[in-house]
Design a binder for this molecule. Structure first.
Ligand SMILES: Cc1cc2nc3c(=O)[nH]c(=O)nc-3n(C[C@H](O)[C@H](O)[C@H](O)COP(=O)(O)OP(=O)(O)OC[C@H]3O[C@@H](n4cnc5c(N)ncnc54)[C@H](O)[C@@H]3O)c2cc1C
Length: 379
């Protein structure tokens, strides 16, 4: 545990660890990663009773919104427990909908927080020969926009009630630029053109918009605010990913420790010097990643700008988790590659973390741009 955490965060971690142990038997009965509705409901109800459920939700909407440092402690602890039930502990996260106002708040944010509607983030553009020659765009038509374009990777899109869609507003009759438009999934002209799964088990869709008519009243914020809205709490999201990565690295190091120290002394894997070298690298990497994670979390907690540090932390921690899991697979050997082995599942999971939420090399460019163009970024 990184030192000097206040007593209430040490307590939070211990309470979450106890909760995870309480629900773990439910996880043991699962068939793969498929979690039946009644098990999800059970986890959610108990999480509400214990006060964890509302941690991702604003206080003004009845949540118990926790700060960045508390969320890091919570996410890392849950990931270090390595249970598929962890994802049901927190309630719906409003993410970029958080700052919705007026009618958009009533029609979109409030039903999301109440668990009555789900939504997906439609940001990444399609590429390739069948993709439009420009990013998804919107033109005004009376009080509506007509939206055209293709989004390639929309997580949870098959069951979403609406899509928070990044568009570029063009043409006459008002301001132009990027905008975040909330588009109901049953809007004529909106089609799911592909429904697919990625290697870590997530479900996604490709979406096509063909002059889909969307009321201008569905704008989240104003035209020109699309990119800032999309990036609104990007540092928190990147640090959330880093916290999960560190939790995975911790679970993996602990698993490997047990593996290499098992058996009679003198014949354990840990008795071989070469194994110790690889194992030490896992610990050194994880120690460095956690130190970075908690430093960045403290920057966010203080309210300081941490765009560059958030990007750097996401890159480093997800790459560390990948290296750590990869080394663990090597040390455990062929058994670790059998489908259903916990390391096999983690191997697939950590691989996708270096792309989801920002590809590592794109974030490296963010870090360099921060200093070269904005003279911003700490060492
Ligand atoms: C599990 C998962 C869930 C996702 N969920 C969503 C979602 O809900 N909504 C959504 O909108 N998207 C989602 N995505 C998409 C994800 O955000 C993108 O895959 C990611 O941002 C990379 O974009 P891309 O796939 O278009 O790759 P590209 O932008 O084409 O980049 C591919 C690679 O090219 C290289 N590259 C590209 N440009 C440069 C450059 N300028 N300099 C150097 N190297 C470069 C990098 O190595 C990069 O990794 C998800 C992805 C995954 C894996």
């Amino acid at each position: 545990m990184p030192e000097s955490l206040p007593a209430e965060l040490v307590d939070l971690r211990e309470r979450l660890e106890a909760f995870v142990e309480e629900i773990r038997p439910l996880g043991a009965k699962l068939d793969g990663d498929t979690v039946p509705d009644e098990v999800r409901a059970q986890v959610r109800e108990r999480s509400k009773e214990l006060g964890f459920f509302g941690m991702t939700q604003p206080r003004e909407d009845g949540g118990s919104e926790a700060g960045p440092l508390a969320m890091v402690v919570a996410r890392e602890t849950l990931a270090a427990a390595n249970t598929p039930l962890a994802r049901y502990v927190f309630g719906p996260d409003p993410a970029l909908l958080r700052r919705a106002e007026g009618d958009v708040r009533t029609r979109f944010l409030e039903p999301v927080l109440a668990g009555e509607k789900t939504w997906s983030f439609a940001f990444t553009e399609s590429r390739g020969p069948n993709a439009p020659d420009k990013p998804t765009w919107a033109v005004r038509d009376g009080s509506d926009f007509l939206v055209t374009g293709k989004k390639s990777f929309v997580t949870g899109g098959a069951t979403a009630d609406f899509f928070a869609t990044m568009v570029n507003v063009e043409g006459d009759g008002g301001p132009t630029g990027t905008a975040m438009l909330l588009i109901d999934s049953d809007t004529p002209g909106v089609t799911i053109t592909r429904d697919f799964r990625s290697m870590e088990g997530g479900g996604h869709v490709e979406l096509q918009f063909e002059a889909a008519r969307v009321p201008q009243a569905n704008l989240l914020g104003a035209v020109g605010e699309g990119m800032p809205r999309a990036m609104g709490n990007i540092s928190e999201e990147r640090v959330a990913s880093a916290a999960t990565a560190c939790g995975i690295a911790m679970w993996t190091v602990n698993f490997t420790t047990k593996h290499i120290t098992g058996g009679p002394e003198g014949r354990r894997l840990a008795d071989r010097e070469g194994v110790r070298l690889r194992y030490s690298d896992m610990r050194i990497d994880t120690y460095a990643a956690r130190a970075m994670l908690y430093r960045t979390a403290r920057l966010l907690e203080s309210g300081d700008d941490a765009i560059n540090e958030g990007a750097a932390t996401k890159v480093f921690c997800t790459e560390v988790a990948s290296r750590v899991v990869d080394t663990a697979v090597q040390l455990v050997g062929g058994q670790a590659l059998i489908v259903g082995h916990p390391l096999e599942a983690l191997y697939r999971r950590v691989r996708s973390m270096r792309l989801a939420g920002g590809a590592s090399d794109i974030l490296r460019l963010t870090v360099a741009r921060g200093i070269v163009e904005f003279d911003s970024g700490r060492l």
